[in-house]
Structure formats: C-alpha cells, structure tokens
Design a protein around this ligand. Sequence first.
Ligand code: ADP
Length: 414
Amino acid sequence: MTRQANTIAPQKLARLVEIGRILNSATNVDTALHYIIKQAAALTESEAASILLLDPQTQQLHFRASSNKGNDPDMAQIPVPLDSSIAGAIFRENHPMLIADVSKDPRWNPDVSQTIQFQTKSILGVPMHDVDRKPIGVLEALNKQDGSFSREDAKTLTILADIAGVAVERARLAEDLAQAYQVLNELDKLKTDFIAVASHELRTPLAVIMGYVSFLREEANESMAAQLDSVMDAAVHLRDLIQGMLNLRYVDAGDAAVHLETVDFVSYLRDLLQAPNETAVAKQQTITSHLPAQPLLVQLDKSIMEVALNNLINNAVKFTPPGGHINIRLAQQGAEAWFSIQDDGIGIPEDKLERIFNRFYQLEPAMVRQHGGLGLGLAIAKDLAALQNGRIWAESTQDEGSTFYVALPLVKQG
Ligand code: ADP
C-alpha cells in the first residue's frame, strides 16, 4: 500500500518525536542549531541544510548553521536581505517554499554558493517560529539526493522547524541566563575582593590611631580623657567592622583554614558565653543559656566556630530592642548537636529567611538603615558552619523574634 504524498511516514514521525525530546534539553544555541540541520538533511534526504536567523537590529537574515563543508564564519558574515532573496521570501510570506531549480529563480543570490563553494540546485525552505508563532528565521534543505522534494518533505521540515524554533528560543534564554549568572558571579567576586583588600588596608592606619589614642589617654586631663574615650569607642567599633570583613578570609581559604578537633560542645559554649556581651549589657538585655549536663562531642575548629556563633549572638543583640530577651540553647537532636539562639527582636519575613544568608544582603534598605553592619555576618557564619560539616538556618515570626540554628554531627562513640 502506498502512502499519500502529503502524509508523513511513521518512522519519520517517531524520529521527529525523538528529535523534539533531545532538543528539549538543549541549553546551547549552536549545539541545537547544528543538531537541527543534521536532522533536517537526514529527514529530507538532502545533501545539506542551513539555518538563517533574523538579526532584529538590521532586519536581515544571517546563516547561523550549515551542514555544507563550507566555511561557517564566512557564511555568517553574508547578510541575506529580506526583500531580495529566497530565504527572505520564505520569512516574509511565512510559508514553506519549494524551488526545484534555483538558477531559474530571480531571487537567487549565487554569492553564498561561491563563497562556500557549494553548488545549490534545489531548495526546500520553511519558516521557523518562536513560542508566540513569530517568525525568527528559515530552515532550508538543499539538493534532494534522489529526485525532487516532495510534499512529505515539506511537511516533515515544517514540523522540524516548529520544534526547532521553540528549542532555539529556549536555548537562547538558557544562554542569556547563564551569562547573567556569570556576570553576577563576577560582580560578587569583585565585591568580595574589594572587601578583602579594603579591610587589609584599613587595619594598619587604624592600629596607629588606636595606639596614639591610648598613649594620649594616659597623659590627658579629665575633660580631654572623656573625648579620647569617645575616639577610642569609635575606633573599637571600626576595628570590629574590619574584623567582620577580614573573617571572609576564612571562607575564601576554605578547608585549608579549618583545623577540626573533637571538642565537647557544652564546655566549649560555656567558656564562650562566660564573657558578658557589652552591647547586650548596655541595652539591658537578658541573655540566658540552657546547656545539657552531659557532654556533646563534636568536631569543630574553635576559633572558626567562635566567629560563626558570635555573628549570630551579635545579630540577636543588634536586632532586639533594649530590655529584650535572648535564649541560647544546646541540645542533642538525633545524631546531631543543635545550637540555637532565640531572640524577641524585630524578626524576619518568612520569604527572606534564606536570602539573609547571602553576602551583603540586609533587610533594611541601605539609605534608611537603623542598624549598622555590612551584611556579611550570616553569609560567613553559613560558610563556616558548612566547613565544619554543619548546617545553619533560621526560623522567625516578624515583629516577634527569630531563632537561628546551627547543627553539627555528633562524634560517633565506641
Ligand atoms: P548585618 O548584621 O551586618 O546586617 P548579617 O549577614 O549578619 O549582616 O545579617 C543579614 C541581615 O539579616 C541583617 O541585616 C538583618 O536584616 C537580618 N538579620 C540577621 N539576624 C537577625 C535577627 N536576629 N533578627 C532580625 N533580623 C536579623
């Protein structure tokens, strides 16, 4: 039984479905285009195939991919005008076109053939569309190997062009996204590098200022001493900010900066909490701690864990109003030790609970900030927790308070 001329053979349909499946996962435009032309030539039994895409600026078509042996870069340079070319006519009329002998067509431009040394005889061309059915280019099959292009070829190529148009569009979006992501990463790195250099550079002059202030303080009379104390307070504040910036070096050094040792988390925390938090005292806040009676053995780097936990403690103090309450707990949860710090401060909206761990992210808009800080503390704490095989996260109800958790695996005993 012979098939009707305008139906598509079941094997070809199956092949088209398979092509659609493969193109669905394409994230690179050039790879997608080359795959499409290879399939176009194979499905229509042609010598070659090409894709021309519209340049939205010049409104001209350009060869983006071709399966001829020609020189692709040369081809891409040649603009194909919309109003005086076969591809242009297919694009404008938004309709498949079958040209059995190009030499007889007045729109045929032999320049391309000459440049790439490929003798085009017949063309089957179909428009390619984006998701909104807007034409974006033309897919051409060149020189049918045996006989002439059939209506089945035209139908097959039209379906392929439809699948391809959407895939190319999606691959373009994926590429744009990857590029935007790369730019963001570069910007992020620039910021981080700047912070590292700036903090380093600021440290030396600050040390000189602090040295001279304490020297002058010893010599000063009473009224002068009060003023020098204010200078010293400001310098200490500046030193703490710089220290916060310098802590990034632990993160950037990664594993190399971490020296894990087996430690009893309970006594480690008891020692850490012994010194009163001066800001909390000044704000008349109550800090209470609930530590288990039994030791909890974990692996941590003492100084690095101190940086992470102090960032959480300082935040709780900072974002809790005077007279507020802060509860620190340590408890066993399954195979982990959970440190938690709960405050009854300003809280965090639920949709920001993950973003606050991004570098430089702060809830308060930069220009109207009431609380100081660089927006680095939580990002550093998160990375440092991870370097010690731990996790960090937050729970919060806005205007009621927040709880930050750090989970560390317990050392297996026995
Ligand atoms: P910084 O404290 O320097 O602003 P962090 O990275 O430590 O930077 O914190 C990021 C942001 O997360 C803070 O600016 C604040 O908006 C929010 N935040 C952190 N801890 C708390 C907390 N305990 N209560 C309310 N908001 C908090």
